[in-house]
Ligand binder design. Structure first.
Ligand SMILES: [Zn+2]
Length: 329
């Protein structure tokens, strides 16, 4: 069963999290195959999406925020878009839009940054957004500080965390057809350093040197984790093997109905609002051509159908609505 494990290093300003998505991940892949609308993902795309989904879980687990964390890679290669969305209750969904053929063994940069135009967007979308309130979004190119193309999801996100959030982070990610997993180790920010007087600031900087060494040692251990170990080992074995010399304090794992699990947020109401957004004449054109407006959800495979009466109801102000029509799912 999918699970999330949080831990910290006793006495050190370093925290970590490990996520293993099993049933939640195979559900994402099964939904893709459902209905036959899309071919299954090529292995390289599948693994990229799995890594992105595991990373979104780790980042969501690490912030105090009531809403969805959305990681998007807008690609300029065969992968046009890869999206992973994780709610603060750890429910998740993910999908990718792919065009053309994928060569076997193709790397991350060739999938999403072929012409150097790829971007990664990190969005925090509050659950109860006030009218006019914007979601927070950071957008970064898929390059490092020296202009080098970043060739892994983990490198892009590590770079983002350091540049945008000033958080030293080590991420290890892996995915295959059965498991999407990730390990995150992060240095905790020094609390209130900006308000300290000069003497105390100097002291804090000296302390930070010691903390640097602790963090670097732990990050080095984390980065030694092999793809196969991350995919195959259970959390207890993995953390023991990796950090056996460290004083690790584990929190209760989160699993089952509270743990990472697949859930789609689509609804007939939302699809209805989207059709209203198209405008009445566009909707009528589609009805004229096909007799029905049909919208499929890319995340869960559900098909929503609106016939002529449904569409008329969407564009009719409440109170003037014609008799209810049975919704067809
Ligand atoms: Zn859906």
């Amino acid at each position: 069963m999918s699970s999330l494990h949080r831990f910290l290093f006793e006495g050190l300003p370093v925290r970590g999290a490990l996520v293993r998505l099993t049933d939640a991940w195979t559900e994402v892949l099964a939904r893709r195959a459902q209905g036959g609308a899309h071919p299954p993902y090529a292995p390289a795309v599948r693994d990229l999406l799995g890594e992105l989904t595991a990373a979104a879980c780790l980042m969501q687990a690490n912030i105090k925020f009531n809403g969805s964390l959305v990681l998007q890679v807008h690609g300029d290669g065969p992968v046009r878009l890869a999206v992973a969305e994780v709610g603060s209750d750890l429910s998740l969904r993910a999908t990718a839009t792919v065009t053309g053929d994928i060569d076997p063994g193709v790397g991350f940069a060739d999938l999403v940054n072929r012409n150097n135009q790829g971007r990664c967007a990190i969005t925090l979308d509050p659950r109860d957004r006030l009218p006019g309130q914007q979601a927070y979004q950071g957008v970064v190119p898929l390059f490092g500080d020296r202009g080098e193309r970043l060739d892994r999801v983990s490198l892009v996100l590590q770079h983002y965390m350091l540049q945008s959030e000033q958080l030293d982070t080590c991420l290890v990610l892996a995915a295959d057809a059965e498991v999407a997993a990730g390990l995150l180790v992060q240095r905790l920010p020094v609390q209130g350093a900006g308000n300290l007087e000069s003497e105390r600031l100097r002291q804090a900087q000296e302390d930070a040197i010691g903390r640097d060494e602790d963090y670097r040692r732990i990050a080095l251990l984390a980065s030694s984790l092999q793809r196969d170990e991350l995919l195959r080992l259970d959390a207890d074995t993995l953390l023991r093997r990796l950090f056996w010399q460290e004083d690790v304090r584990r929190f209760d794992p989160v699993t089952g109905p509270q743990g990472p699990r697949f859930r789609c947020r689509c609804s007939r109401e939302r699809v209805g609002r989207m059709i209203v957004g198209l405008g009445r004449s566009e909707a009528q054109d589609i009805l004229g051509e096909r007799g029905v407006v049909e919208v499929g959800c890319d995340f869960c495979g559900l098909q929503y159908r609106f016939d002529a009466i449904d569409v008329e109801r969407l564009f009719t102000p409440p109170g003037d609505a014609p008799p209810a029509n049975q919704p067809v799912h």
